[in-house]
Design a protein around this ligand. Sequence first.
Ligand code: C5P
Length: 242
Amino acid sequence: MSAAAFALQNAAAAREKLIVALDFATIREAEALVTTLGDRVGFYKIGSELAYGGGLSYAQDLIKDGKQVFLDLKLHDIGITVSRASAKIARLGARFLTVHAYPQTMKAAKLAAAGSSLRLLGVTVLTSYDDHDLADAGYAYGVADLVARRAGQAYEAGLDGLILSAQEAGVVRARFGQDMILVTPGIRPANVEASGQKRTMTPAAAIAAGADYLVVGRPVTQARNPREAAEAIIAEIAATMS
Ligand code: C5P
């Protein structure tokens, strides 16, 4: 393969690893960003805020437009409720859905999504949490131990992947190889503020640690020029992959 063809292929592969979080209150704001980013970004995450403002029907519009959608709904309830909700979500055509990595919750979601193209990701420990926050919430484990425990339980429950910070990605990748999809939020390019995230890493470091997909919100959505910010992140990913 020529160097130019390799560079093109590498840039396309890097682009597929970026998931932009549409953390907006309204569909109008989300649409404006998607239009600004154009063909630069092909994968979007819809979380609670937008989902409660019409985001599920917007997800279907994005899918019709050829985009991939990650529904970050972080389900957690009694098994029957999780199961019924997951079955409904599986019909929307999204690629990823998050559930909290509690054994009952994961098993219920897994049963309901079986046979669909929906891939389930277990949220291990939120990236805004550190050891102190876990102790405060009543956990006896620190972040590293709780992530490891929940990763094992997610694997046993048959989940497709995990949400974790890039700081834990290396250890988890070494343990599960390519058997689990690793998706890492808390991404902060150099010179961008943490803004509430406590377990952050740069795009390059996250890819080097073994992340399959990077979730990026404010570093793109709040950038003066979101398209340039996304392109810079894709370039950083591509440079790390080459
Ligand atoms: O703006 P920022 O890049 O911090 O956004 C990160 C996104 O990833 C948010 O939508 C947040 O809900 C989500 N997320 C996270 N930590 C997790 C799971 C999801 O920050 N463990």
